[in-house]
Design a protein around this ligand. Sequence first.
Ligand code: ADP
Length: 191
Amino acid sequence: MVELSFGSLTFKVTQGDITKFPAEAIVNAANKYLEHGGGVAYAIAKAAIGNVREYIKISKEAMREQIGRDWIEHGEVVVTPALKMEQHGIKYVIHTVGPYCGGKWDENKKDKLRKAILGALRKAGELKAESIAFPAISAGIYGCPFEEVVKTFIEVVNEFSKEAKSLKEVYLVLYSKKDYERAKDIFGAEK
Ligand code: ADP
């Protein structure tokens, strides 16, 4: 595990399956309707309750209650319970939506990703969580360049560290060994 320290906050990069990662809050790279159709969203829904449709229903109800709409904007987040993932010490799932890139990257996409990450960090703070784990939001089906995603994470976690209270540990949990190795190099270059 490679880590960066920003004040009282540590940002660590690790390899694994986020649905089993023992952080108080895990983040879902959701779509704006919380449909959980594929990628990490599907894996989280499956791990939480088995029946993915049921978790979509729970998520949409939570979105109605918490946001008052049937979709979320970049920066808006919805919280659902971890259900079966509680066996790993996970309490909350924070759903956030990153940008769609399709291989392209610009300031606008970066700003949307920044909002998505910051929204989840702030919500974890509100929930008084001490630890939060993120997947590589938008670096999968949404096709944003992995290196830019990781760099944006580092910048936003650094920015957030100035307002962090309860939160002590932020994790970037990468599914593939290849992504983990690439992220380690990017973290290493920040030191
Ligand atoms: P997006 O649509 O935001 O790109 P994806 O779910 O397609 O979201 O991918 C985001 C990242 O999550 C990808 O790097 C993918 O490899 C990773 N991923 C998929 N399943 C898991 C998992 N169980 N744990 C952690 N990361 C995962």
